[in-house]
Design a protein around this ligand. Structure first.
Ligand SMILES: *Cc1c(COP(=O)(O)O)cnc(C)c1O
Length: 402
């Protein structure tokens, strides 16, 4: 036998019901553009409380369509968090806009509202362009302070596009409200985007969805998802020439989700609460195990992501921070012990493509510091409690090695 397979940092959970609903779709009349895509959109909306949902073939596509619908184009600037996957910034580049970053809060690891406010004020004073859109990223499935971000959006007149790729099923309680809302209900944003990649909370293989409460943004994204073509007479220029008639009104794309994927998505959505509960419970177990393992003050406990009091995160990731000089040995040691730890994220401005545009990772010191220290431990439904204990003791061993 070769080396035992790694326990990955994240993976999908596919039930027999998920399999059956995909197979039923394969035997049905529609493999694409049938009834399941709108049914999936409606189911997500009614679950999370947004008015409209636009299903697409990835969160990357959803971010692109959202930027287009918000009017992002050449000459505009879009700001996002450096501690994210490259797609959070690339969406603005697809539209010909420039990108800039706002460093993270070292506790929550999400875009820092104080730094955002300072940067906005500096731009206003020095006459530099203010952002057209700000893209907060709900890192690890934990919401940014959208209440504060929304206030700044009104003050500085930018749109808000949430990258909620990690956060379907996450909840928040905003000031002055008593009942929780789901992330992605767009109470404090224009558009929010979910990812259904297999490592995320629910999956469609590949896939994503944009949610919004604005009917104009929804219909624009819908049209752009399918070549910029409309069959709606009210949108047409001039008269319709018959029931066969359609018009291409603008340059769109083919970003459609298939019926096969929507069938899987609908079935997975029914398990969302169960997935999130299990992720939260596994995260609690990590925290307790870390607490008992590192009770000796000689070995300092790894740092954790702080969850603000308004947030009940979906726990897409469980991250620990280790001393930077030990990160390499922890990564290698945990991997040889069978734990497929990973790093989220190499700061976006660290990437050669963004460096060529003039960014220096040292301009975002907290994101860089977090990159030097952060490790994502395995966390997914079906991970066993024994694995958590073993993973934490392997981590303790790696940390105590000289
Ligand atoms: C996964 C992810 C994306 C991209 O999602 P896809 O569905 O793979 O395109 C974008 N942003 C963040 C923060 C992600 O984690």
């Amino acid at each position: 036998m070769g080396t035992p397979s790694l326990i990955p940092y994240g993976r999908q959970s596919i039930s027999q019901e998920d399999v059956e609903s995909v197979v039923r779709t394969l035997e049905s009349d529609f493999l694409t553009q049938g009834p399941l895509v709108p049914a999936f959109e409606e189911a997500v909306c009614s679950k999370i409380g947004s008015k409209y949902g636009v299903a697409v073939n990835s969160a990357t596509s959803a971010l692109h369509l959202a930027c287009l619908a918000l009017g992002v184009g050449p000459g505009d600037v879009v700001w996002t968090s450096p501690n994210s996957f490259v797609a959070s910034a690339n969406c603005a580049r697809y539209c010909g806009a420039s990108v800039d970053f706002v460093d993270i809060d070292p506790e929550t690891l999400c875009l820092s509202i104080e730094k955002l406010e300072r940067k906005l004020e500096d731009c206003r004073k020095s006459g530099k362009s203010l952002p057209k859109v700000v893209i907060p990223v709900h890192f690890g499935g934990q919401s940014c302070d959208m209440h504060a971000l929304h206030r700044l959006g009104k003050l500085f007149k930018f749109s808000i596009l949430e990258d909620s790729s990690h956060a379907i099923g996450a909840k928040v309680v905003w000031p002055g409200e008593s009942s929780p809302r789901f992330v992605g209900d767009c109470h404090y944003s224009d558009i929010s985007v979910f990812s259904f990649h297999p490592v995320k909370i629910i999956t469609t293989g590949e896939g994503g969805m944009a949610t919004t409460n604005d009917p104009k943004l929804a219909s624009r994204m819908r049209r752009l998802r399918s070549h910029g073509v409309t069959r709606d007479r009210d949108e047409m220029i001039g008269e319709s020439e018959g029931d066969w008639y359609y018009q291409m009104l603008e340059l769109g794309l083919n970003y459609r989700l298939t019926e096969i994927q929507a069938a899987l998505g609908l079935s997975q959505l029914g398990r969302l609460d169960e997935f999130v509960r299990e992720r939260q419970s596994l995260a609690r177990q990590y925290i307790e195990t870390l607490h008992t393992t590192f009770s000796n003050p000689d070995t300092p406990a790894p740092g954790l992501q702080t969850e603000p009091s308004f947030s009940m995160g979906a726990r897409h990731l469980f991250v620990v921070r280790v001393p930077p000089e030990k990160k390499g040995q922890c990564f290698d040691g945990l991997r040889s012990a069978g734990f497929g730890v990973n790093v989220h994220y190499i700061p976006i401005p660290y990437q050669p493509y963004y460096r060529k545009l003039g960014f220096q990772p040292t301009h975002f010191p907290e994101a860089l510091r977090y990159y030097r220290e952060g490790l994502s431990l395995p966390l997914f439904p079906g991970l066993s409690r024994d694995h958590i204990e073993l993973c934490v003791s392997a981590l303790a061993k790696c940390l105590s090695d000289p």
